[in-house]
Design a protein around this ligand. Structure first.
Ligand code: NAD
Length: 281
């Protein structure tokens, strides 16, 4: 937030793992900056391939020299090593874990939903949803999670409703949100909470991979009373969920979308479609 560059100390003393920051457009990039501002220390992680494409070193420097541990979120050995190293770097178990990972292989390669290549589909589900289960499993098995901790995953309203070009990713997000509930029940025994944040369309590498993204972005912008939520505002919301102020919130899909999810049609859209607003029909 522009008027509070020093933050509020919401995450003072907290340590965690933040996945999915690829470049400055990434939602996780903004989240890492916000978590740093609020006093957290964390390990940054991404797929090994991101060490070639990404700019994680720059983010590590900007967030006070955060250690980077590359791990493929679909590889259990990588994840076991990630949480072992994170514990070492941060001096003990974690207060939070952020899952901000997604990729649709059929979507990227232009395969329509009716003609999914199943090998890619399963990979999409693994990268975008099952990896959340894998991460939590690795954190628990490695005794890397503190009681009372918080786990966060990023979702999209395509989990509930059809956005024609979102295709297989709608299935992946539906599974992701279901895993949030299934794990939430089990993690509750230790006071650990887990939630999904359902975010507005956001201009990122993953977002740009969705066909018709610009149209979807403009549509949501015209429908949401507050307009689309950007990555920085998403990050601000996410740090509250990682903080103790949200300690009784778990198993939820929380909409961070400027009100889009509660809307049907808006005046702006009526006008764009040639209709007239504010007159008796
Ligand atoms: N951009 C949007 O419009 C939007 C909207 C709602 C939700 N989301 C979700 O937000 C999350 C972050 O995406 P983003 O929009 O910031 O895009 P992004 O491309 O910046 O982030 C996606 C990340 O996933 C990582 N990743 C892919 N495969 C991986 C693997 N096997 N192991 C580890 N990491 C892997 C990528 O390297 C990348 O850093 C995703 O879950 C995405 O679905 C995005």
């Amino acid at each position: 937030m522009a008027d509070t560059p020093a933050g509020h100390g919401l995450l003072a003393g907290k340590v965690g793992v933040i996945s999915g920051a690829l470049d400055p457009n990434s939602i996780a990039w903004a989240l890492a900056e916000a978590a740093h501002r609020e006093g957290a220390r964390f390990v940054l992680t991404n797929a090994p391939v991101a060490s070639r494409f990404g700019q994680l070193d720059e983010l590590a420097e900007k967030t006070g020299g955060s250690p980077i541990v590359y791990a493929d979120a679909t590889n259990d050995d990588d994840l076991d090593a990630l949480f072992a190293e994170a514990k070492e770097h941060l001096g003990g178990p974690l207060d939070f874990v952020v899952h901000s990972i997604g990729m649709g292989l059929n979507v990227r390669k232009g395969k329509p939903y009716e003609g999914l290549k199943y090998e890619w589909y399963l990979k999409t589900l693994d990268i975008s949803a099952v990896s959340l289960h894998r991460m939590v499993r690795a954190a628990l098995d490695g005794d890397a999670m503190k009681d009372g901790g918080s786990v966060l995953a990023m979702s999209f309203i395509g989990a509930q409703r059809i956005f024609s070009e979102y295709s297989e990713m709608g299935d992946a997000k539906a599974l992701l949100e279901s895993i949030v509930r299934s794990l939430g029940y089990r993690l509750g025994r230790r006071g650990i909470r887990i939630n999904a944040v359902s975010q507005s369309p956001t201009r990122t590498t993953a977002g740009g991979g969705i066909g018709g993204f610009d149209t979807l972005f403009d549509f949501a912008e015209k429908v949401a009373p507050l307009g689309n939520a950007d990555a920085a505002s998403c990050a601000d919301y996410c740090v509250t969920l990682l903080s103790d102020y949200a300690r009784m919130v778990t198993m939820q899909t929380l909409y961070h979308d400027g009100g889009f999810s509660a809307m049907g049609i808006s005046d702006a859209l009526v006008e764009q479609m040639g209709g007239t607003v504010g007159e008796d029909s």
